[in-house]
Design a binder for this molecule. Structure first.
Ligand code: HEM
Length: 94
């Protein structure tokens, strides 16, 4: 099992749009072999600060997701319209 922690900081006022985008990605991942579960958490002391924790039971499937056109489109949109800083991520091994 691979666990990815992604930290996102959202432009104030874009929180709902970001959350809706996350749920769209999740809906797409439901059908993705190798994806186990993903959750979105918000910092109680900073409502613009989110963490995605995403678990995959197949490293190749995770790689394929990261290289997918769909993900690239979401990331590019996110950079341009939603996030006020570059996301930081951490991959936790087995
Ligand atoms: C289940 C949902 C998601 C997962 C598992 C996920 C996972 C990741 C991972 C692992 C990276 C690091 C890529 C790298 O540095 O190589 C990343 C980057 C990024 N993600 Fe997400 N993400 C998700 C949803 C979103 C959403 C909804 C947005 C829209 C705002 C978004 C925007 C971005 C952006 C802008 C980057 C940086 C890309 C870059 O610097 O080129 N992600 N994401």
């Amino acid at each position: 099992m691979i666990t990815v922690g992604m930290n996102y900081h959202v432009i104030d006022g874009k929180q709902e749009v970001f959350e809706a985008a996350f749920n769209k990605v999740i809906a797409a991942l439901e059908a993705a072999p190798g994806h186990d579960n993903s959750h979105l958490y918000v910092d109680i002391n900073d409502k613009q600060s989110y963490c995605i924790v995403s678990q995959w039971n197949d490293e190749a499937a995770f790689g394929a997701f990261m290289r997918s056109d769909e993900f690239r489109a979401v990331a590019d949109w996110g950079k341009e319209e939603i996030l006020d800083q570059r996301p930081r991520h951490q991959i936790y091994g087995q």
